[in-house]
Design a binder for this molecule. Structure first.
Ligand code: ADP
Length: 221
C-alpha cells in the first residue's frame, strides 16, 4: 500500500531514507533549510521543499499533519530536532520517527512525544561489529532493542535437518526460513535436510542469538 511520508532534514541519513522510500513506490516530501540538499533529491522524490521546520507556520503550511509518517532526520542540531518533533506532535501528526545522535538526545525525543526513536550510527556500528566478529552472519535486523532476526550459515549443518540442529530447545531461537540460492523456504519443516550454502533466517532474543552465534557458528580466528 502506498503511504505518504515526509522527511525533515536531507543530510546523509534523511536523503537515504527519502530516496529509498521513493524507490519503494511511496510518496515522499523532503524538506531542508539548505537549498543544495533540496536540489540533490528534487528529481527523485515526489516533492522537495526548502524550509525551516522549527517555524510553526511553515510546518502548518506544509500540511505535515496529513502525512502517515514524518521522519525527523536532523542529527547535529539537537535544539532543532527536539523543537520540530514537539511541533509535529502538537500539530497532531500520528507517527513521528526521530533520529537521535546520543542516548540522552533519544530520551528527550521520547519525552516530547516521538513515536519511535532511531539511532542509525549506533545501530550501524553494532551491525558492522557483528559482521567483523562473526564470519557467518549474513544480516542482522533489530526488531526491538531485545529481539532480532539474524541470517547465518550453519557451521557443519550440511546434511543435517532442523530437528538435528534443535536450535529452539538449545538456544531458544526459531528458524523462520531457509534461503537456498534464489529461493526462500518459508516455515521449513523440521525434517528438511540442509544443503551446502543454505542460509538460516532465525528470530530470537538478542542474548539467545548472541549465544547461538558464539557457540554454534563459531568466531573468526
Ligand atoms: P546526517 O548525519 O544524516 O548528514 P545532519 O544532522 O548532518 O545529519 O543533517 C541534517 C540535515 O537537516 C541538514 O541537511 C540540515 O540542513 C537539515 N536541517 C537542520 N535544521 C533544519 C530545520 N530546522 N528544518 C529543516 N531542515 C533542517
Amino acid at each position: 500500500m502506498q503511504q505518504e511520508f515526509a522527511v525533515i532534514g536531507l543530510g546523509r541519513f534523511g536523503s537515504s531514507v527519502a530516496l529509498t522510500l521513493s524507490e519503494l513506490g511511496h510518496s515522499v516530501l523532503g524538506v531542508d533549510t539548505d537549498e543544495q540538499k533540496v536540489q540533490a533529491v528534487a528529481n527523485h522524490i515526489t516533492h522537495a521543499v526548502q524550509a525551516d521546520c522549527t517555524d510553526e507556520n511553515t510546518v502548518r503550511s506544509l500540511g505535515l499533519r496529513n502525512f502517515d509518517t514524518v521522519i525527523v532526520a536532523i542529527g547535529q542540531d539537537l535544539e532543532a530536532s527536539i523543537l520540530v518533533t514537539l511541533l509535529l506532535k502538537e500539530l497532531g501528526v500520528r507517527n513521528v520517527v526521530a533520529k537521535a545522535a546520543t542516548e540522552s538526545h533519544g530520551k528527550v525525543l521520547e519525552r516530547v512525544g516521538a513515536d519511535r526513536v532511531v539511532f542509525p550510527e549506533k545501530d550501524m556500528g553494532a551491525k558492522v561489529a557483528r559482521f567483523l566478529a562473526q564470519t557467518n552472519i549474513m544480516d542482522f535486523i533489530e526488531l526491538t532493542p531485545d529481539v532480532s532476526v539474524v541470517e547465518f550459515s550453519p557451521k557443519d549443518g550440511f546434511g543435517k535437518t532442523l530437528r538435528d540442529l534443535d536450535l529452539r530447545a538449545r538456544f531458544h531461537v526459531t528458524v523462520m526460513a531457509i534461503r537456498r540460492g534464489k529461493d526462500v523456504l518459508v516455515s521449513p519443516l523440521a525434517d528438511v535436510p540442509l544443503r551446502q550454502g543454505d542460509i538460516l533466517v532465525a528470530i530470537g532474543k538478542n542474548d539467545s542469538i548472541d549465544r547461538l552465534l558464539r557457540e554454534f557458528c563459531g568466531r573468526r580466528q
